[in-house]
Design a protein. Structure first.
Length: 105
């Protein structure tokens, strides 16, 4: 399996689709499906009938997974950047291509 270029907690920018240009934090990564869940992005609504557990019913809104190719890691200036891996001080770290800064380390 390839190393993860996007991880939980990363700040990302949506590159395509209805939420293009929006930013958020990665809440969950689903590597088997190549998807990520981003806070406040790709909101899905679901109309629920009243039940014993939820007697009021109503509309549930939650984040739906996005394909990982639709998001890019946000650089310190908030713009999208690609990620490369480099070895620094004997450790493999993720590096932002535009700025050359280490993302996690």
């Amino acid at each position: 399996m390839a190393a993860a270029k996007i991880k939980k907690g990363d700040s990302v920018v949506v590159r395509s689709g209805k939420d293009k240009g929006r930013t958020g934090t990665v809440l969950q990564v689903l590597p088997k499906e190549d998807k990520v869940v981003v806070a406040g992005v790709n909101i899905a609504t679901r109309h629920r009938k009243p039940s014993q557990t939820n007697p009021q019913g109503g509309i549930d809104r939650s984040e739906a997974p996005l394909h990982i190719s639709k998001v890019s890691v946000a650089d310190k200036d908030g713009k999208a950047t690609r990620v490369r891996f480099e070895e620094r001080d004997g450790k493999k770290v993720r590096v932002a291509v535009k700025s050359g800064e280490a993302i996690d380390g």
